[in-house]
Design a protein around this ligand. Structure first.
Ligand SMILES: *Cc1c(COP(=O)(O)O)cnc(C)c1O
Length: 226
């Protein structure tokens, strides 16, 4: 394990993150193979991403469709088994583009987007995994559907033939995240949803102990965003 705040190489940082993940999984009596690390590469260019791919990472996440369209086709051409996740808000008019490029979409949060995704699916055989983002802290400024409307949103997705794989959340800044992660896990269990996308650089260890199946880690892997 590298020492100090700034481990020297992307491979070191990847090792460090995997070590933390393993420790959390062990503490929770879970298997590390049940937790997927999504390397969040938003704002970072190909020159920063390539060494992380070279170190063995295959699952990446971006928060903007257009930025991902500019970066990833070339990177995927070099490494075809890349899996790409969209973790940022999605405008309905970008649904076709998102379905074409991403293998998972973590930000389904409203009926109009469910409708747009159903339309996009009708035009293609591609079927990215879909996650409903829940506004877990009921914050006015934050994306995600309100907890109260989650069952209705899930029902409308199922009505349109969209399978919802998981739930995603971003807990409120500066508060202890564990209760929010536990609440998301409870909502998933109550609603028959399998996967849990929760945990970022500051709290992925806690998220894994609360049941996360996908952690979204940017800064701890790539360093601070400029
Ligand atoms: C940027 C981002 C992350 C990664 O955040 P870090 O704190 O850099 O690990 C995770 N999830 C979402 C939705 C993001 O936008």
């Amino acid at each position: 394990m590298a020492t100090g705040d700034n481990p020297s190489t992307p491979a070191d940082r990847l090792d460090d993150v995997r070590t933390v993940m393993e420790r959390a999984a062990k503490k929770a009596g879970r298997s590390l193979s049940d937790v997927t690390l999504i390397a969040i590469s938003k704002t970072h260019g190909a020159e920063a991403i390539q060494p992380v791919i070279a170190a063995g990472q295959r699952v990446f996440g971006e928060n903007r469709v257009q930025e991902a369209q500019e970066k990833w086709p070339a990177l995927k051409a070099e490494t075809p088994d890349i899996e790409l996740h969209l973790v940022g808000q999605l405008q309905s008019n970008k649904a076709d583009d998102a379905v074409a490029l991403f293998d998972a979409i973590h930000s389904v949060d409203r009926p109009s987007l469910v409708k747009a995704l159903a339309k996009a699916f009708a035009k293609t055989d591609r079927r990215p995994a879909l996650y409903v983002q829940v506004n877990i802290g009921a914050e006015e400024q934050k994306g995600g559907c309100a907890i109260e409307v989650l069952p209705t949103l899930l029902a409308s997705a199922r009505d349109k033939g969209l399978e919802i794989t998981g739930l995603m959340c971003i807990p409120p800044n500066g508060l202890e995240p564990a209760p929010y992660f536990a609440l998301l896990a409870k909502l998933a269990a109550e609603n028959g949803v399998q996967k849990l996308s929760m945990g970022m650089s500051s709290d992925y260890e806690t998220a894994i102990m609360c049941g996360a199946t996908h952690v979204r880690v940017g800064t701890a892997l790539f360093g601070a965003r400029g």
